[in-house]
Design a protein around this ligand. Structure first.
Ligand code: DP6
Length: 328
């Protein structure tokens, strides 16, 4: 019996310029390019074992058998890996996260980045990072960014070949911190994949996409020049644009809770008072407060006093996805 196994770790990422909507949902070619920070400290560890004795794939997440929909999505991604590898062997996939999944912390990003990396390695293959990024993108769009560390841009591209991510500044370029304020740990009602399908039903999506190049350029510049207040403006604008599209889709999506708005308004006030802090929110109610390391302790302390805050996770610029020796 031949067992081929490998384990990989990937970090999630937080998008500063968001991916929302696909031009081609099957290939996951996004409507616009995006920029993110890879989040060190939060991670998904995934072990893939191709096993000739199996008659189907077996997927577990955090020690529990995965739901039917998750198992199906993982199997479809394993099929892509099997196609590259040129064999037809089923696999066991064991995935563990050290952060709550499904609450707007882009768990699918680290999940599919780690799955791609572990799967390719278990198959005995070695692919360049850009190829891994293209492959991870097919599993979950934001996963193509989690292949890389530091500050990452996903080029929308025109086809499967040129839609991939790359790092444009390393993790040590700028010591930003992400204080992820958890106001709900429930699994979100409408996941990103379903949300992307609705994007084009909003009359605001075309304006959001038309202005994307300008925002990407401004965000890149602000990061490269470590210009916090410009970064704050563009991150918040981009977040508002994506949520405006969500709010005006048919049916409309509203991910915010009252606590979400309270945190947004507190962050705005603290920035007016001179603190280096801004917010962004993904497809969930939790708020990512992006701040400089210098102000992070003080902001975290103030956040703890806001009503409805369940807990605060802290992340720092993280490294690329990597193959590791499995720790059992
Ligand atoms: C709001 O990558 O989770 O977090 O491609 O269907 O897996 P799928 O969607 P996903 O969408 C991420 C949406 C977002 C913004 C972002 O991360 O850019």
């Amino acid at each position: 019996m031949t067992l081929r196994t490998a384990c990989a770790i990937a970090n999630p990422n937080i998008a500063f310029i968001k991916y929302w909507g696909n031009r081609d949902p099957t290939l996951r070619l996004p409507s616009n390019g995006s920029i993110s920070l890879t989040l060190g400290g939060l991670e998904t560890q995934t072990t893939v074992t191709f096993d000739e004795s199996l008659s189907s794939d077996h997927v577990s997440v955090d020690g529990q058998p995965a739901s039917a929909s998750t198992s199906e999505r993982v199997s479809i991604h394993l099929d892509r890996i099997r196609l590259v590898a040129g064999f037809d062997i089923y696999a066991t996939v064991e995935s563990c996260n050290n952060f709550p999944v499904g609450a707007g912390i882009a768990s699918s990003a680290s999940a599919f980045a780690a799955l791609t990396m572990a799967g390719i390695s278990a198959a005995g293959l070695s692919l360049p990072p850009i190829e891994l990024s293209r492959l991870a993108r097919r599993g979950s769009g934001s996963a193509c960014r989690s292949i890389f560390g530091g500050f990452v841009e996903w080029y929308a591209g025109d086809s499967d070949e040129d839609s991939y991510a790359e790092s444009f500044a390393s993790a040590d370029h700028w010591d930003l911190q992400d204080l992820i304020v958890i106001v709900s740990q429930e699994h979100k009602g409408v996941g990103s994949t379903q949300g992307h399908v609705l994007a084009d039903t909003s009359p605001l999506q075309s304006a959001r996409v038309a202005d994307a190049q300008r925002r990407l350029k401004e965000c890149r510049r602000a990061i490269l020049e470590r210009d916090f207040f410009s970064l704050a403006s563009i991150i918040e604008l981009d977040c508002h644009l994506m949520h405006a599209v969500m709010h005006t889709s048919t049916p409309s999506l509203m991910y915010w809770y009252p606590e979400t708005l309270q945190i947004m308004s507190a962050v705005t006030k603290w920035r007016t008072d001179g603190y280096h802090v801004c917010y962004t929110i993904d497809a969930g109610p939790n708020v990512h407060c992006i701040c400089t390391n210098e102000h992070a302790d003080s902001i975290e302390e103030q956040l703890r006093h806001l009503p409805g805050v369940i807990k605060i996770l802290r992340a720092h610029p993280g490294e690329s996805a990597r193959v590791v020796t499995a720790l059992k």
